[in-house]
Design a protein around this ligand. Structure first.
Ligand SMILES: [Mg+2]
Length: 435
């Protein structure tokens, strides 16, 4: 062997050794940083169940790794069947085989894939996917999701309860009942007015009398209960701008925790007038679907609590960004949490409450009865606070066989003919108004 040939052989050997070393190093790095291969989405199914009156839609994502799956809330009770179709017909084929670990990327892909976006049906469908992926991420890490978001900055989330009644005296009594259960925040309402005569057969709502009854309720509550109990009220977007502004000003003397939804999303520009004229704290946002709606109210400091319905905005990924934005402008979170939210959705909101510095108050999430049997591992309530499970992910396991015993339509009651949707609400003269 001549010298030249020998050098060639040595060089080739060194190169092969170098490639092998590099490959081993990459493998070690992959093991150190990933721990396990990225799971792929194997299937996406919809759990559609109605165990307690509301049509609940929960998405389940299963992965190619045995026993690794997650749940997310996609509940839009008034148009539930459409959300199920959006998931099964559009998002499922888009996502099968994709990795579960790229949550931001997946959210943006789902959001952009319809070209036209920011509607409640598609946003709820995306929310189901988004929250299920966060559940999977937590289960992989062996951590509750709030730990993936930086950990708790409070032990539990304080809640508000609701109190209503036929008379102001009844409302006061019901607030007292809430206080005995540990609540320090109560949202009060005047109950239904005696049925007014209308020029139609449907439900009648009269704006002026409703507002005057509420002022009587606040007056009675402050006289009988003092100012230590925090009071709120939901105006439910039913009023015109002028009467809403007047009422918010009239409430200033009662020093509320917040006044909710004084105007409809169509009248957002009037929030500036409210802000200029009184100091009553304002909560707003449960009907919002789009950043175009919440951005101006937050950045112009026109509200005090952002009350977006998390699944209507597309899930926890966009809502965590909203919470961070709101923190910079002194706005707190009070995510919308009625029975229109599934137990998975309530839990996802609770995880945001625990890890967001600017959390204000939690609505709902005490899961009882057959719902608690279907959704195992939900939060526990004690002395006005909601306490999260520390199990991985959302900490919830769904009994799908039991859920299947309560299919859509089994608990609609009077709303059965509308597939769980709402009917109409009208003034005495027959004019349709917002619900
Ligand atoms: Mg409301």
């Amino acid at each position: 062997m001549n010298r030249r040939r020998w050098l060639q052989m040595m060089g080739a050997g060194a190169a092969a050794l170098s490639v092998e070393r590099r490959s081993q190093a990459q493998e070690r790095a992959a093991q150190a940083t990933r721990g396990m291969a990225a799971p792929k989405i194997k299937d996406i199914t919809v759990i559609a169940t109605q165990p307690a009156g509301s049509r609940l839609t929960v998405v389940k994502i299963t992965t190619d790794q045995d026993g690794l799956y997650g749940y997310g809330c996609a509940t839009f009770t008034q148009r539930a069947e459409l959300v199920n179709a959006a998931i099964e017909k559009y998002l499922r084929p888009l996502l099968l085989g994709k990795p579960t670990d790229r949550i931001e990327d997946t959210w943006q892909m789902c959001y952009d894939s319809s070209y036209w976006k920011n509607g409640p049906v598609l946003n709820n469908a995306i929310s189901g996917i988004d929250e299920a992926l966060w559940d999977i991420k937590g289960r992989q890490a062996g951590m509750p999701v709030y730990d993936l978001w930086g950990g708790k900055c409070r032990e539990a989330a304080r809640m508000f309860s609701n109190a209503s009644g036929a008379t102001p005296k009844d409302v006061v009594e019901n607030v007292r009942q809430s206080m005995t259960r540990g609540y320090k925040h109560v949202r009060v309402s005047a109950g239904n007015a005696p049925a007014a005569a209308g020029l139609h057969e449907g439900a009648v709502f009269e704006r002026g009398p409703a507002l005057r009854r509420m002022l009587q309720v606040f007056e009675a509550c402050r006289k009988e209960l003092g100012f230590d109990i925090e009071l709120m009220h939901d105006m439910h977007e039913r009023y015109g701008p002028r009467e809403a502004i007047q009422f918010v000003k009239d409430c200033e003397q009662f020093k509320l925790y917040f006044l909710e939804d004084p105007l409809s999303p169509e009248d957002l520009a009037y929030f500036r007038q409210i802000r200029q004229q009184c100091a009553t704290p304002i909560a707003m946002g449960e009907l919002f679907n789009s950043p175009h709606e919440w951005m101006p109210l937050i950045t112009e400091r026109l509200i005090d609590y952002i009350r977006v319905h998390v699944s209507q905005a597309g899930g926890v990924t966009p809502c965590r960004k909203m919470a961070l934005l709101a923190e910079q402008f002194g706005v707190k979170t009070a995510w919308h949490g009625p029975g229109d939210v599934s137990p998975v959705g309530h839990t996802a909101q609770l995880h945001m409450d625990l890890s967001s510095y600017n959390f204000g108050i939690q609505e709902g999430g005490i899961i009882t009865g057959v719902q608690a049997e279907i959704f195992k591992g939900c939060a526990t309530f004690k002395d006005g606070y909601l306490w999260a499970s520390s199990a991985p992910g959302w900490g919830i396991e769904v009994d799908e066989k039991l859920a299947a015993k309560y299919p859509f339509g089994s608990g609609d009651g009077a709303r059965g003919s509308l597939n769980g949707g709402w009917g109409d609400l009208r003034l005495p003269d027959g004019t349709v108004i917002k619900q």
